[in-house]
Design a protein around this ligand. Structure first.
Ligand SMILES: [Zn+2]
Length: 283
């Protein structure tokens, strides 16, 4: 399996399995911008596949991680050293999480932000053509991290280049940098990220260069899941112990569907309407 960047990395944790077959087996695919995004946004997909015959999780990280923040023991690391550390951490997470395949495309963030970058487009085309997942986890279009939004756009472009019948059955945009609690309840997809809590923590702790370097994603991601579950419904007391919110982007991937901008504007205006309605009702 060959990708366009010379530093691209493919790991198949199960010994002896060819990469093409591992990719083909993927039922739950997450394509994210950076090392550790998968473990923050797609814990429910990882959980769905753990110990479930016939299900397989695939992770794709599009960028090289060169721009990662660094402090503490990592303070003096060069970009090259950071790239190497983050690649190793992502490989370790894939092993811990029992992924069928982990691909790291190693593109500089600036290339991903260029619409039509041939290497990025060719790699994503090959990945989406090489599997037929029932669900794809992507970044959400209201995320405030530019690279996350760029990766989402490149993925939607690649999905749009597939024949309609080959497009994933379900495409979800998941929260990382900006949560999705603001979405009106009817527009929210609750991903159960409260299962396998020990595994979830180990996955987040695999990214020592971030966690020990001062970005406590281990505490923050688990805390947000727990907060989402608790603040989900004011009266109910049961339900998942952790929720990751997502928005169903499938309509955007269908011929004749809304553009991403139309789709997001409609969500934002429904949110505005929900706030205004309550203020009016109780004034
Ligand atoms: Zn990220």
């Amino acid at each position: 399996m060959k990708f366009s960047h010379p530093e691209a990395d493919v790991l198949v944790p199960a010994a002896g399995a060819p990469a093409e077959a591992a990719l083909r087996s993927v039922t739950h695919l997450c394509v994210a911008a950076h090392q550790d995004d998968i473990e923050i946004m797609a814990q429910s997909g990882i959980s769905d596949c753990i110990g479930s015959p016939g299900r397989a999780f695939g992770g794709v990280v599009v960028t090289d991680g060169a721009g990662s923040p660094r402090s503490g023991a990592y303070r003096s690391f060069t970009d090259e050293q950071m790239i190497a550390v983050r690649r190793k951490e992502q490989r370790e997470a894939a092993r811990i999480g029992g992924y069928a395949i982990q691909v790291q495309l190693a593109h500089p963030s600036a290339d991903v932000k260029k619409p039509g970058h041939p290497g990025v487009a060719a790699d994503l085309d090959a990945l989406f053509a090489g599997c037929a997942p029932g669900v794809v986890f992507l970044h959400n279009p209201a995320d405030k991290h530019d690279t996350h939004v760029a990766v989402l756009l490149r993925c939607l472009e690649a999905i749009g280049r597939l024949p309609q019948e080959r497009r994933p059955a379900r495409v979800l945009g998941c929260e990382v940098w900006r949560d999705l609690d603001w979405l009106p309840d009817a527009d929210k997809v609750a991903l159960d990220s409260g299962r396998h809590p020990d595994l979830a923590l180990r996955l987040l702790e695999a990214f020592d260069s971030q966690v020990a370097g001062g970005k406590r994603y281990d505490i923050a991601a688990v805390g947000r899941r727990s907060a989402n579950a608790t603040f989900n419904a004011s009266h109910a007391t049961d339900g998942p112990a952790g929720i990751t919110w997502a928005v169903d982007l499938t309509p955007v991937t269908r011929d004749g569907g809304p553009s991403l901008r139309q789709f997001v504007s409609s969500l934002v205006s429904r949110f505005g309407g929900d706030v205004a309605r309550r203020l009016e009702e109780w004034a």
